[in-house]
Write a protein that binds this ligand. Structure first.
Ligand code: AMP
Ligand code: FE
Ligand code: FE
Ligand code: ZN
Length: 291
């Protein structure tokens, strides 16, 4: 197998269920040359992941998946090799986290009014180190016996527009690309064909805007992209001269995806790294070896 990298994985530092070292072990098991950590709106898992990669002989690609939104459609942006000390990026990530926390309190107040209250402290405990999201609130509702499962919690209360729904603060995608690029990162549009929360896939017009704002690549090969969807995005990425990446978007047990299910070649990873203006990270250089 040619040297392959998985450029999109999550851990307990956001909404995954595994520890950083687990991702590294899984990547090693399937023979990857390197693996990225791209938790949502945080870099808190980087040190653990870097150490684990060093111990197991894999290349570490530090990343972050920034949540942005345009017209009710969620748009996820991957930023690789960003400077974790960048003030504007840190401020935005802190803000996203704090706003999520405030929103969780508001949702819990609504649930109270609806007679299906849950303890905010319990919701926080369930979220642990991760930013608080509606799935954590759904888990607390199940524990409290208000609903039998997560889907029922969403269908009756938490879904967009539902009786306990509170919209969340979000950054515009163009601002997101600039934030990540200004922090020195290589920027990649994550799973553009996936309609998260029913908002619809990314539009070609928005891709034009993001490309003009300095986007470097598109995550074309993603498990949720059917072959025809991937082909369409491959063509659009090529038309803009953007780098094409592949990754699993591994979330541990939260989604049935496997590390290494989609991958990116060493040559593409090296090329992507040359596009990142921050040169403080270890350079990825994977000369093919005969072994
Ligand atoms: P949040 O980040 O708090 O807005 O929650 C978003 C997450 O909630 C998504 O990643 C999904 O896992 C889940 N979710 C959103 N809408 C629904 C829905 N209608 N049914 C089931 N899960 C949903
Ligand atoms: Fe996620
Ligand atoms: Fe995503
Ligand atoms: Zn992701």
């Amino acid at each position: 197998m040619p040297l392959a990298f998985d450029l999109h994985t999550h851990t307990v530092h956001s909404d995954g269920t595994t520890a950083p070292e687990d991702n590294v072990l899984l990547a090693k098991e399937v023979g990857l040359a390197g693996v990225a950590l791209t938790d949502h709106d945080t870099v808190s898992g980087w040190t653990q992941m870097r150490d684990a990669c060093a111990r197991h002989g894999l290349a570490f690609i530090p990343g972050i998946e920034l949540s942005t939104e345009r017209d009710g459609r969620s748009v996820h942006l991957l930023g690789y090799w960003v400077n974790p000390e960048d003030a504007a990026l840190r401020e935005e990530c802190d803000r996203l986290r704090n706003e999520r926390s405030r929103r969780a309190v508001q949702i819990c107040e609504r649930l109270d009014d609806l007679g299906v209250g849950v303890d905010v402290a319990r919701v926080r405990a369930l979220a642990g180190t991760a930013p608080i999201g509606r799935p954590h609130i759904a888990s607390a509702m199940i524990e409290a016996g208000h609903v039998p499962d997560v889907q029922t919690a969403f269908d009756r209360y938490l879904a967009d527009g539902g009786p306990a729904y509170v919209p969340k603060y979000a950054v515009d995608p163009v601002r997101g690309v600039r934030l990540l690029a200004d922090a020195g990162g290589a920027t990649v549009l994550a799973h553009p064909g996936v309609s998260e929360d029913g908002g619809g896939p990314v539009t070609p017009d928005l891709l034009d805007e993001l490309a003009a704002a300095g986007l470097h690549g598109v995550e074309v090969d993603h498990p949720a992209h059917e072959p025809d969807v991937a082909d369409r995005w491959r063509q659009m990425a090529n038309a803009h001269g953007l780098v094409v990446t592949g990754a699993s978007d591994f979330h541990g047990e939260r989604k049935s995806l496997h590390i290494g299910e989609r991958t990116t070649t060493a040559a593409t990873v090296e090329h992507l790294q040359t596009l990142a203006s921050n040169k403080m990270h270890d350079r990825i250089s994977v000369a093919p070896t005969a072994s």
